[in-house]
Design a protein around this ligand. Structure first.
Ligand SMILES: *[C@@H]1O[C@H](CO)[C@@H](O)[C@H](O)[C@H]1NC(C)=O
Length: 514
């Protein structure tokens, strides 16, 4: 009897669900976020189908890979990632309309990819939930009605208007910075106005592209939905139907933003609990660095070889005068390297940051980097390049664990002053340790939380009890514009009547007098 009870208990505990995870954007950091979700779900015993442009070499047993590596061809933006062009301001990576249009091409390409159409057409394929990355496009919301299952959005940045409006409403721009802003509240008058204008621009951009999106959505999903006998709602219904949003954000690095019940802030879930050991040479370099290690990496997109030659030289000269050891992630071999500078083509970033001798991280301020630095408690110098990196770095500065250096010809000199300030003043390190405590001080680890909420959505048939009521109201009701219209109508009518009466009286008295 007891054996049977235990067996039944275990059976209940490890219900294996079938989960579709979509991270089709070709980009290393998006791959890391998708891989994190997949890893936790697999560890919890679920069966995962993973749509990715970065296929695994030998996927584990419960993982099916849907390869969309041809998506790399859809992102013809390689020449954006060039320090010289960014410094000369010949490319603008902060224009939301631009980004939305680039991301549409990737999303539409994914939907029409042979492997994706094959997946939807296969009558044997079923899912209990779909988890899709939101990257400036809502098209992937159609997978949920096609497979007749709940939808979970994954958001790679701190919560912002474009994602929060999908599950609730826009945050108030008077005290919430946009994700591509470079200012942190409290705002001055002009900053407050500019945040409002940014919000309106995003709204306008999405609105003006709705018919294109809707057409692409219908074209890609209708046949599959019909074949499966499922109703395909219009795009502007499907995109607001998500049960949950998994956010790569947390208050220690971000802001205490007001969030709806179905937003789950789980930043840090991508970091493995067991670190990979450092390669032998790096381990030796780091162990022997008496004065500490400065780790310098501008992420995976920007190619180091596009740094202007003289700036590269000046940076190296500046590094050579330091007592510290420098590990620079750089994709080319540099001649005449100073003794204390080590170039690595690829860097196991978490393992480097975790080393007790790592005392400073020079970064572009991508959210994965600022999250990892918080995880291990290392202060930063941020050189932000695009997207949310500006606001991430400004927050690091305002929270007191980092300094910002602008990308221009003065990078070497400004880096030098900032390095001296951070290494000479213990407050940055102290502050990052305090924030790191806040970051780790959660009821459960972000990975466990992730699995819990995904299972919660499945086991409660879409967690409708978490859905914000704001989504049921048209915007004029949410802002009481109907009441405002009524008040204006009453005032105008009263004024009109008063005027009528006054005129009539005047007319009467004139008549009487004559
Ligand atoms: C979306 O992709 C399909 C298939 O490649 C293509 O026919 C269609 O024109 C694309 N839609 C838009 C609006 O670009």
């Amino acid at each position: 009897m007891i054996k049977l009870a235990v067996f039944l208990c275990i059976l209940c505990q490890c219900y294996a669900f079938k989960i579709l995870v979509l991270f089709p954007l070709p980009g290393t950091s998006h791959g890391i976020l998708g891989e994190g979700i997949v890893r936790h779900l697999l560890n919890a015993g679920h069966e995962v189908t993973y749509v990715t442009p970065l296929p695994y070499k030998d996927p584990p047993k419960n993982l099916t890979i849907v390869d969309v590596s041809s998506n790399h061809e859809l992102m013809a933006v390689d020449d954006f990632w060039d320090f010289k062009k960014l410094m000369a301001r010949t490319v603008n990576l902060q224009d939301v309309a631009n980004i939305v249009d680039i991301m549409f091409v990737v999303s539409n390409g994914t939907l029409n990819h042979g492997n994706i159409q094959k997946l939807m057409a296969d009558p044997k394929v079923h899912f209990d939930v779909v988890i899709a990355e939101w990257m400036y496009s809502e098209l992937y919301s159609g997978f949920a009605p096609v497979f007749n299952c709940p939808l979970i959005w994954s958001s790679s940045m701190e919560p912002h208007a474009a994602v929060l409006s999908l599950i609730d409403e826009d945050p108030n721009p008077a005290y919430t910075a946009d994700h591509m802003s470079s200012q942190d509240p409290p705002f001055s008058f002009s900053e407050r106005v500019s945040e409002l204008l940014t919000l309106l621009k995003i709204k306008y951009t999405k609105w003006s592209r709705y018919s294109r999106d809707s057409e692409a959505y219908n074209k890609a999903f209708t046949a599959a939905a019909v074949r499966r006998g499922n109703r395909l709602p219009p795009l502007n219904e499907a995109m607001y139907s998500a049960s949950l949003m998994l956010g790569n954000s947390y208050v220690a690095t971000g802001q205490p933003t007001r969030l709806p019940q179905n937003y789950k802030a789980i930043a840090g879930y991508h970091i493995k609990e067991e670190l990979k050991p450092l390669p032998e040479n790096l381990q030796k370099i780091m162990d022997e660095a008496k004065h500490g290690v400065i780790y310098f990496s501008m992420g995976s997109l920007l190619k180091s070889k596009t740094w202007p030659e003289e700036i590269k030289r000046e940076i190296l000269n500046m590094f050579s005068a330091l007592k510290q050891t420098v590990i620079w992630k750089f994709e080319e071999v540099l001649p005449n390297l100073p003794k204390n500078v080590h170039i690595v083509q690829w860097a196991p970033q978490p393992s480097i940051l975790a080393h007790p001798n790592c005392i400073l991280f020079i970064t572009h301020g991508g959210l994965l980097s600022t999250t990892e630095t918080m995880h291990y408690g290392v202060p930063i110098i941020g050189i932000p390049i695009f997207a949310d990196q500006f606001i991430n770095v400004i927050r690091a500065v305002n929270k007191g664990y980092g300094l910002k250096v602008d990308l221009n010809n003065d990078v070497p000199a400004n880096l030098k002053t900032s390095i001296q300030e951070i290494l000479g003043n213990p407050s940055y390190r102290q502050r990052v340790k305090e924030l790191s405590f806040i970051y780790h001080h959660r009821p459960v680890s972000p990975g466990k939380e992730l699995v819990h909420w995904v299972e919660h959505v499945i086991q409660t048939n879409g967690a409708k009890h978490l859905r914000s009521k704001a989504l049921d109201l048209p915007f004029y009701q949410r802002f009481y514009l109907d009441l405002l219209a009524l008040i204006i109508l009453v005032i105008v009518s009263v004024l009109f009547l008063v005027r009528k009466l006054v005129c009539a009286n005047k007319y009467d008295s004139i008549k009487k007098n004559s």
